[in-house]
Design a protein around this ligand. Structure first.
Ligand SMILES: Cc1cc2nc3c(=O)[nH]c(=O)nc-3n(C[C@H](O)[C@H](O)[C@H](O)COP(=O)(O)OP(=O)(O)OC[C@H]3O[C@@H](n4cnc5c(N)ncnc54)[C@H](O)[C@@H]3O)c2cc1C
Length: 396
């Protein structure tokens, strides 16, 4: 049919995970079309920091390095952290994981989400087997015997062997292909403050658990940091209306003294927090990655890391395909087998932390203090947890 673009794979959604997936497949010489309705705006070195930042674990950094994007990301305002401290507002539980204890140079890097996305997009443009279709979104998906067709709202049409849904929590691909998901809202929202602090750059990220939800500090380059303040949605909405000065005062009053003085609140936003798991990661000629397949409580900063692990698994499965087509259900099954249990485990762990730390009854406080002291006092257990905190997966 005239005017129909034929490719091997269509990726819907060019966020961090979708862009990485498109790049990983392009590196395997596949013809890829990437559809993104809102491409990332440029982000100069003097621009305010992107409000969305992520703590990337070594495995994600290795993937981004293999995709050729990491040197650019690292060169531009990435902040390395070596230690991660977790403490309890309601009890003496206090635990610090240190990369040095497991012989690693770092536990991870805090990076701006948009910068990761931009670095991946810049690499995508170096491949002549990738076409980025921006400013439109898909309208119709039809699965045929030998391929799948996708029409965009602006009239463009594509055919491919496989469509990958990387279109985030509210995934159109997931819903249109009838995969469905179980989901529930947590009763908290996350307020993010991009701040300048009196303390100089630090190599520690910390998180204090309070009954209302965690309060986290993520160091950024220079005297900057990102605060993540989990709280009841009505309190978050009320604070959202405050002036930057009043918001800074409120944060200093509520956060632990480790925060020091906030000299400026440069930006703020808030997000509802929702957990979601797709019933399956695939349907006929459709496959899901990243938040389209699973969204978790962000308290330990693992969501994007899980998405990058999806990409790594997908790339490995595709590389082992031989001459079987991309639409072969063995690919989809092998991919889901590699990823579902890991995503489920991390999701459940986050729920466990959330539940355990929000309880104030004395018995639970004693139990979690004892658990923290056990990890802190038994070096092999602490080292194992440190490796997990640095993003190592079970069995890895
Ligand atoms: C407060 C907070 C803090 C977090 N901190 C961390 C952290 O420290 N570390 C970590 O690993 N993770 C963290 N996460 C999770 C992380 O942000 C997400 O897991 C990650 O951004 C998911 O990436 P994605 O590419 O799958 O989805 P998204 O980032 O949602 O990207 C989806 C893309 O698809 C596009 N799109 C959507 N629908 C369509 C459509 N119909 N047509 C075309 N394009 C479409 C969107 O424009 C977007 O670009 C945090 C999350 C929150 C809420």
């Amino acid at each position: 049919m005239a005017g129909v673009r034929q490719v091997d794979v269509i990726v819907v959604g060019g966020g961090m995970v979708g862009a990485a997936a498109a790049l990983a497949l392009a590196q395997q010489d596949l013809e890829v079309a990437l559809i993104e309705r809102e491409p990332p705006a440029p982000l100069g070195g003097d621009d305010p920091f992107d409000l969305r930042v992520s703590a990337l674990a070594p495995a994600s950094i290795a993937l981004l390095d293999g995709l050729g994007a990491w040197p650019t990301i690292r060169a531009e305002r990435a902040a390395l952290y070596r230690r991660m401290r977790v403490f309890d507002a309601a009890g003496p539980g206090d635990l610090t994981f240190d990369a040095a204890e497991v012989g690693r140079p770092y536990l991870g890097y805090i990076v701006e989400n948009r910068r990761v996305q931009l670095a991946l997009w810049s690499r995508l443009r170096e491949f002549d087997n990738v076409e980025c279709l921006t400013g439109s979104e898909p309208q119709r998906l039809d699965v045929h015997d030998r391929d799948v067709s996708l029409s965009l709202a602006d009239g463009r049409e594509l055919r491919a062997e496989l469509v990958i849904g990387a279109d985030g929590q509210r995934s159109w691909v997931r819903e249109t292909s009838g995969i469905g998901a179980s989901s529930r809202d947590y009763s908290v929202a996350a307020q993010i403050l991009s701040v300048e602090t009196a303390y100089p750059q630090q190599d520690i990220t910390w998180q204090r658990f309070t009954p209302a939800g965690p309060q986290a500090f993520l160091p950024l380059a220079g005297n900057r940091g990102s605060l993540v303040w989990y709280d009841a949605p009505e309190r978050v909405r009320a604070r959202h209306a405050l002036s930057p000065e009043a918001l800074g005062e409120a944060a200093m009053a509520a956060f632990p003294e480790e925060l020091g003085e906030i000299t400026r609140v440069a930006g703020q936003a808030w997000f509802p927090i929702r957990r979601l798991h797709a019933h399956r990661y695939w349907a006929d000629r459709v496959l899901l990655v990243g938040d389209a397949a699973h969204a978790i409580h962000p308290l330990a900063g693992q969501g994007a890391n899980l998405g990058f692990a999806d990409v790594e698994a997908l790339a490995a499965v595709v590389a082992s395909l031989g001459d079987r087509g991309m639409g072969d259900t063995r690919l989809a099954r092998a991919y889901e087998r590699r990823r579902r249990a890991d995503n489920q485990l991390v999701q459940s762990l986050m729920d466990g932390f959330d539940w355990g730390y929000r309880r104030r009854d004395p018995l639970t406080v004693v139990a979690r203090t004892a658990a923290t002291q056990l990890v802190a006092g038994v070096p092999p257990l602490r080292r194992w947890m440190t490796r997990m905190a640095g993003g190592q997966r079970l069995g890895g």
